[in-house]
Structures are given as C-alpha cells and as structure tokens.
Design a protein around this ligand. Structure first.
Ligand code: PRP
Length: 208
C-alpha cells in the first residue's frame, strides 16, 4: 500500500488558498470541496490525507508527527518555536506584527509598560531587545480593546489591512516583523517521505 502524506491545513480563508496550491501541485482531493463540516479528507490514489485544524494548532500537529507537513503563519512559528523544518515561504497570508497604541501615546520610561497581546514571546523579545521591562497582559482576541479601556498602554498584534486599528482609533507605533504563511514539515517525516515532500515544495515554489 502506498504511504499517505498527512497534511494539516489552516481552517479558514487562508486554508482554501493553501489547498488550491496543493491541488495545483498534483495532490488533489475533490471531496474536500463537498463537505464543510467534515475535518478529514483523503485521496488514496494520490496518497494524501488533509485535516482542517485551527491555524494556530497546525505547528503542534506537525511537530508531534500527527501531520507530516502543514502550513503555519510565521507569527505562530516565532511565538512557539516548534521543532519543525520551515521549508518554504508561500508568500500568502501576508501581514505584519506591530506595536500599536492610542494616537496620543508616548513611552513613559518611569513606569512599567503594560502590553496586551496574544503573542507573549514575540512581545517580550521585542521589548527585551530595547532593554525595557514590561508587564504582559495575555489576551486571546479583540486585543484592540485593551488600550481603549486602559487595560494596557500598547498592544502587540497582527496588522493586515490596518482597518481594525483605524476603526478603533489606534495606530502602529513600531513594526516588529513581516509575517507570511510558511510550509513546514515534521523532522522525522522529512527523512522518510522526503521525495514526496520535496516534490510539493518545488511545485509550490513555482506557484508562488
Ligand atoms: C486579527 C488581528 C487584528 C486583525 C487585523 O484578528 O488580531 O485584530 O486581524 O486585521 P486588519 O489589519 O485587516 O484589520 P483576528 O481576525 O485573527 O481576530 P482576533 O485577534 O480577535 O482573534
């Protein structure tokens, strides 16, 4: 029996784009387009099995080998440093990690800066590199509310179009790092399935 390649796809709009890249690379799975509640799809003929997972969980599936390969945002890779190979920048899902604050905000070095974020490590490392001591407030979403309600002084978050900041009277005060979707592979899988994985990476590099 042909060995299956297990692929963790990020659920959502980015995932649809990612799937169509796999499809173009020759790993089609037509049933994936027919059912929107099912989470696992396979095409035995081409030897591929897809799972839809929460985008922030893709790296966990790949690191632990439940998936051989997957696509994860650079934000997640920087935040959690999973032990995986990052094989390709897909040049999609582009955005940036930034510090944002209310328009009249100024750093006050006499007080500990309060930073609200989903990305504790990225935020800590950013301020560590500036030699600043900070108080991290870990939130799970709607980060933009924090400075408005004076829960924090600034936020560290993803900015894509900038609309969320604008609608909430916030602005970017520092850019931390550009973000995009990356093709990742489990280290052991890459040893044993390198031929199939390299074939996809090559094809996708041509598509990008
Ligand atoms: C992300 C991010 C910002 C927004 C940025 O939120 O946390 O809130 O998108 O996009 P924009 O610059 O195009 O407005 P997401 O939709 O992931 O929701 P959450 O952070 O509230 O979970």
């Amino acid at each position: 029996m042909k060995s299956m390649l297990n692929v963790a796809l990020p659920k959502g709009r980015l995932g649809e784009k990612v799937y169509s890249m796999f499809e173009k690379a020759g790993f089609e799975c037509p049933s994936i387009k027919e059912n929107n509640r099912k989470l696992i799809f396979e095409n035995e003929e081409v030897g591929v099995r897809y799972f839809w997972v929460k985008p922030s969980d893709v790296a966990i599936y790949v690191e632990r080998g439940a998936a051989d390969i997957g696509v994860a945002g650079k934000d997640i890779l920087l935040e959690y440093s999973p032990d995986v190979y990052e094989l390709l920048d897909l040049n999609i899902g582009k955005c940036r990690m930034a510090v944002a604050a209310k328009k009249d905000f100024r750093y006050d070095m006499s007080r500990t800066l309060r930073v609200a974020t989903k990305f504790k490590n990225i935020a800590s490392n950013h301020y560590l590199s500036k030699g600043m001591d900070i108080d991290i407030i870990h939130l799970n979403g709607s980060i933009e509310i924090a400075p408005i309600l004076d829960l924090s002084d600034v936020i560290v978050d993803i900015v894509e179009t900038g609309t969320t900041l604008k609608e909430n009277d916030l602005e970017v005060i520092e850019e931390i790092v550009p973000i995009s979707a990356r093709f990742i592979a489990n280290k052991t899988s890459y040893k044993f399935k390198s031929e199939a994985i390299d074939k996809i990476v090559k094809q996708m590099a041509l598509e990008g």
